[in-house]
Design a protein around this ligand. Structure first.
Ligand SMILES: Nc1ncnc2c1ncn2[C@@H]1O[C@H](COP(=O)(O)OP(=O)(O)OP(=O)(O)O)[C@@H](O)[C@H]1O
Ligand SMILES: [Mg+2]
Length: 280
């Protein structure tokens, strides 16, 4: 299914995993999973807790290595030794527990580890003006008007922090943006802001990998969907192949939900009264 070499109009994927497996000791975290990421597209990875979503992105991010299958970046097969190597290839990953320094200003966090400097030798110092200005304009460019880039990043909402991390990846020239459940802890409104931002990164030509539990969020912005179930691929669809209803049904494990609903109907209610317990 993947773009074959010399396969005519198929373009080379930014990232392509083919039949990838990963073991943690005896635990099979991923088995035979395939995923394509194209520029200007959002590939969503959906699945329940423990399905292998984070494991998958850790391979792409250079934190873990796959045990079987192939992982290619822009057509070249890779086995990344570190997150640094992934970054050098243009793969930026935003983890759910964002690596930010809460008490440092937004602009400091934006440039953390990549600070521009002015002058040379003993006169070399951080170019604070540039950092402030750039942070503000990069956020504005993606539609967020930060009142004050000097405020500690810890005072921003969870959604805004996700947005800073995404803007940062775009600014530093990422080609691939990997997001691990960016909306998991957010309410409806903030999720909307983050999703708009994810779409902005896509419109800037990046290939995005969006990990989520939420089929609604995935279907709103996604171009491709990979469903993981206990480490295996339970489905792989493009947007025109699958409706939101069907995606939700597959995600919820349709038949399992039916089973659960039967059990809930039939099961005698457990006795939760106090005198049912041993103490009381
Ligand atoms: N470092 C590890 N060592 C051993 N087992 C692991 C390790 N990391 C993950 N696993 C196991 O691999 C499986 C997949 O885990 P993973 O974190 O990829 O799931 P996930 O889809 O991201 O789940 P969640 O939605 O809860 O974040 C799970 O059974 C998990 O217990
Ligand atoms: Mg996870």
């Amino acid at each position: 299914m993947g773009p074959q070499a010399g396969g005519g109009n198929e373009v080379t994927a930014l990232v392509e995993l083919t039949g990838v497996s990963k073991f943690y000791g005896n635990i099979k975290a991923l088995q035979d999973v395939s995923l394509q990421v194209h520029p200007g597209e959002i590939s969503c990875v959906l699945g329940d807790n423990g399905a292998g979503k984070s494991t998958l992105i850790k391979i792409i991010a250079g934190l873990h290595q796959h045990d079987a299958g192939t992982f290619a970046v822009e057509g070249e097969e890779r086995r990344l030794a570190s997150p640094r190597e992934a970054l050098d290839l243009g793969i930026a990953t935003v983890y759910q527990d964002l690596a930010v320094v809460p008490l440092m200003p937004v602009w400091r966090n934006f440039f953390l580890g990549s600070e521009p400097t002015r002058g040379t030798g003993p006169f070399k110092r951080l170019d604070v003006d540039t950092m402030r200005r750039t942070t503000r304009s990069e956020m504005l460019r993606m539609g967020i008007d930060l009142r004050d880039v000097d405020q500690p990043i810890g005072t921003l909402s969870g959604g805004e922090r996700q947005c800073v991390a995404i803007a940062r990846a775009v600014h530093f020239g990422a080609k691939v943006l990997v997001l691990d459940e960016p909306t998991a802890a957010l309410g409806v409104k903030q999720s909307g802001v983050v999703l708009k931002y994810v779409a902005a990164a896509r419109d800037a030509g990046l290939g995005v990998v969006l990990i989520t539990h939420n089929p609604h969020h995935a279907h709103l912005v996604g171009d491709r969907f990979v469903l993981l179930k206990r480490g295996t691929m339970a489905g792989s669809h493009t947007k025109d192949e699958i409706s939101l209803d069907e995606l939700t049904r597959q995600m919820a494990g349709g038949s399992e939900l039916e089973q659960l609903s039967h059990e809930l109907e039939r099961a005698p209610a457990p006795d939760l009264s106090r005198d049912g317990g041993s103490r009381g």
